[in-house]
Design a protein around this ligand. Structure first.
Ligand code: SAM
Ligand code: SF4
Length: 452
């Protein structure tokens, strides 16, 4: 068995396996949510949980303009505070209702603001939102507080303010630093600004800085992308999230502004992903799952080494199996036995809050032990890169894994009657494919996004 086949063979192998697969930020995936689960399910779930620690996600949906590749749930508006005021008022009511359902203030261990663009808010609005949160929750002294920002219109004062407010982790999107690529996706942020932003984040003393990159954007070539990769290695963020461009013009009309002929070929995309991987490894980063790189000193790499990595709708986290409560439009809440998602349209989100309800649109109850067992197996593949199971009860999965083993994507062994599969370095790229072996829905109908 070859663990690291030569490049042409490796490319052929990866391209052969490159089918749509979920990102497994949850199992079952959000595609299974339905409107039979509503606000009452969340209220019942929260009752009596006041003693349990919590992770809070706040969705800030606004963006000043649209980046044409974007698949995030967001609202493009120049209305500024006129748009933000009703949003903050709605969040205030949502948080009040949540505290009433909980029956008190829960201890906050993790906080994450995502979007959209959280730095769409002014300094005053940002402070007001922080106060709102601390009115309804008790942040622990070592709260892990993270925020996503767009570097395009970020200044030093705002970066320092975020740190002062208690954020200790920050993430900003570079995507690609090449001017032609930036023009082709309607997101122009000069390299000088990116360097300044990184300098302010270091000056502010964030514990961890993450950079987002996208591979597969229009006009990207391995040569051009090499310059972006060199810039990122030079900026030396603690973490890098390297996403493969999810090009879905049927579902995302904005992406139709991107000329399909400008997109790199699959071979080029694969070369860029591999160049990124070898470059980051050589620069002292560790590869985490299929799309994250982390400096060995960063909490994410430590958690991966110690088997403490977890995965939720924000991707890989270090926060154990905390209940995740999502507020704001589109936000997802995640409990061991329940998912709920808020209304995705701002109008219906405001409508539900105005009518005095929690703004839950849909969800899923997960109480079947067989499904929970599969969730644990998928979690082990995605987060521990190793899974052990009874080969008689999971005979079909065992047989499928043997095919993956023959291609060098996993190694298999049997220990005390248990089958053990370990993801190889080559299989890391296809980790979602390995996880999908335990997902019967995926066997029936392939869905999700491709690696390449
Ligand atoms: C909410 S944005 C990050 C914060 C901020 N709005 C910004 O643009 O810098 C989340 C990230 O998702 C990634 N993303 C968005 N659309 C994508 C797509 N179609 N394919 C792959 N990654 C995508 C981008 O890397 C982006 O930085
Ligand atoms: S990438 Fe960020 S700034 Fe651009 S449209 Fe998406 S959410 Fe908004």
């Amino acid at each position: 068995m070859t663990l690291a086949p030569a490049a042409p063979d490796r490319h052929a192998l990866l391209l052969r396996y490159d089918r749509p697969v979920p990102r497994y930020t949850s199992y079952p995936t959000a595609a299974a949510f339905h409107d039979g689960v509503g606000p009452q399910a969340l209220e019942r779930r929260l009752a009596g949980t006041v003693d349990r620690p919590l992770s809070l996600y706040v969705h800030v949906p606004f963006c000043r303009h649209a980046c044409w590749y974007c698949g995030c749930n967001r609202v493009t508006t120049q209305a500024g505070s006129r748009a933000v005021a009703p949003y903050l008022a709605a969040l205030a009511r949502e948080l009040e209702r949540l505290e009433a359902a909980i029956g008190g203030r829960r201890r906050l261990e993790q906080l994450h603001w995502g979007g959209g663009t959280p730095n769409y808010l002014t300094a005053e609005e940002t402070s007001a939102l922080c106060q709102l949160i601390s009115r309804h929750f008790d942040p622990v002294p070592d709260l892990e507080a993270s925020i996503e920002v767009n570097p395009e219109f970020l200044d030093r004062e705002r970066v320092l303010q975020l740190r002062q407010l208690g954020f200790n982790r920050i993430s900003f999107g570079i995507q690609d630093a090449d001017p032609a690529v930036q023009q082709a996706v309607n997101r122009v942020v000069p390299v000088d600004q990116l360097r300044r932003v990184m300098g302010w984040m270091r000056e502010a003393g964030f514990d961890s800085v993450n950079v987002d990159l996208i591979c597969g954007l229009p006009l990207q070539t391995p040569g051009r992308f090499a310059a972006t990769l060199a810039l990122v290695r030079d900026l030396r963020p603690d973490r890098v999230s390297l996403f493969s461009f999810a090009y879905l013009p049927e579902q995302l009309p904005l992406q139709r502004r991107i000329a399909a002929g400008d997109l790199p070929t699959r071979e080029q995309r694969l070369t860029m992903l591999e160049d990124a991987c070898s470059g980051f490894l050589a620069a002292g980063y560790e590869a985490i799952g299929m799309d994250h790189y982390s400096l060995a000193t960063d909490g994410l790499a430590l958690a991966a080494r110690e088997g403490r990595l977890h995965r939720n709708f924000q991707g890989y986290t270090t926060g154990g199996e905390l209940d995740l409560l999502g507020v704001g439009p589109t936000a997802i809440s995640q409990f061991p036995d329940l998912f709920v998602q808020n209304h995705r349209e701002l109008r219906t989100y405001y409508g539900a809050i105005g009518a005095g309800r929690l703004p839950v649109e849909r969800g899923l109850v997960v109480d079947d032990p067989a499904v929970l067992e599969r969730r644990a197996l998928i979690r082990d593949v995605m987060c521990r890169f190793r899974v052990a199971f009874d080969p008689r009860r999971f005979a079909r999965e065992w047989a499928d894994l043997q095919l993956l083993a023959a291609d060098g994507l996993v190694t298999l062994s049997e220990q005390a009657g248990q089958a053990v599969a370990e993801v190889t370095p080559a299989g890391r790229w296809l980790i979602r494919t390995v996880a999908a072996v335990f997902d019967p829905e995926q066997r029936r109908r392939a869905s999700g996004s491709r690696l390449i």
